[in-house]
Design a protein around this ligand. Structure first.
Ligand SMILES: [Zn+2]
Length: 315
């Protein structure tokens, strides 16, 4: 009997795969490294193999599945079921929904990774009990997923939540999107690392002379009390707070949830983001501001994909 769901969370370098029962409770997961390829086909074959292995481990087959959900970075064409372009990997115009349908013969639901994560946190994570939440991911870039009145909000043309390209400094740096002063030029892990690397050439810092500085290096330097790293970190958190205050005033979410690699340093983020938000939100509403770290960890994407696949009625 068909009684199970499969969730696949495809990232730039890794893919998570989860099996869930018909109440969407995750029973088992696999985490694999993606094959490095600008063509998505070999990456997909590798995912198929990992799914087979997960089936074997649990004594199941695709015959037991109700449906399958895929979480993927975008932009995606949700109507046609296509990966349009993934900048970090070079994947282009790939008919992922048709390919997975062909392989498993069940309904396949595709959604943007931030949206899957947002829906997962609303239903099973840090947003449980709320009707409306916003999820912000801070990692290579800055992204966001919006849930309003219990449902995912995609916007009129499917690209709601482009928080990384919201302007936080009109006189700021030029962005690849054509804009200026976009949030992710300051607050993404990649940008924090690049800014710290550049400034450490001329300013005294633990990071001076170090090669290939990462966001994690910046975090470590902050913990050691490095002044330059702290300035870069504080500016990134201040600007995240500006963006979060705009979200808060516009949507009044029950909670704003922060995920992504950088958010592992939540103890260094929470109070700084809150302070910034309170500077930009009028005081009557301060008691309503709630921010939290994402709760679902490595299965955030597969959880969201499974929950959305369960709701999906299409074929
Ligand atoms: Zn931009």
């Amino acid at each position: 009997m068909r009684n199970y769901y499969l969730g696949i969370d495809i990232g730039g370098t890794k893919t998570a795969i989860s099996l869930a029962d018909n109440s969407c409770r995750i029973m088992d997961s696999s985490f694999i490294q993606n094959i490095k390829s600008e063509d998505f086909s070999p990456v997909q074959s590798n995912i198929f193999r990992a799914v087979d292995e997960l089936f074997r481990r649990n004594g199941l087959s695709s015959e037991d599945l109700l449906s399958l959900g895929i979480s993927c970075p975008g932009p995606l064409d949700l109507e046609k079921g296509l990966i349009v372009y993934v900048a970090t990997t070079g994947w282009r115009n790939y008919p992922i929904v048709d390919e997975f349908k062909k392989k498993y013969g069940i309904p396949v639901f595709l959604e943007n990774d931030c949206n899957c994560a947002a829906f997962a946190e609303l239903s099973n994570g840090a947003g449980r009990g709320c009707n409306s939440i916003v999820y912000i991911t801070v990692s290579t870039g800055v992204g966001c997923g919006i849930c309003i009145n219990g449902a995912l909000f995609n916007g009129e043309f499917g690209s709601a939540g482009e928080l990384g390209h919201v302007c936080v400094d009109p006189a700021g740096k030029e962005c690849s999107c054509g804009g200026r002063g976009c949030l992710q030029l300051y607050s993404s892990g990649t940008s924090m690392a690049a800014i710290a690397a550049e400034r450490s050439k001329t300013e005294d810092s633990f990071l001076s002379g170090k090669d290939n500085i990462t966001a994690h290096d910046v975090e470590t330097a902050v913990r050691k009390g490095d002044k330059l790293a702290l300035k870069v970190w504080d500016d990134a958190m201040d600007k995240l707070g500006i963006a979060a205050s705009i979200i808060f005033l516009l949507i009044n979410p029950g909670v704003i949830v922060f995920g992504g690699g950088v958010s592992n340093a939540w103890d260094l983020m929470e109070s700084k983001i809150l302070t910034s938000m309170k500077r930009h939100v009028y005081s009557d509403l301060h008691s309503k501001i709630k921010i939290r770290q994402a709760a679902l960890g490595k299965v955030i994407g597969t959880t969201g994909a499974i929950l959305l696949a369960k709701q999906y009625k299409g074929l």
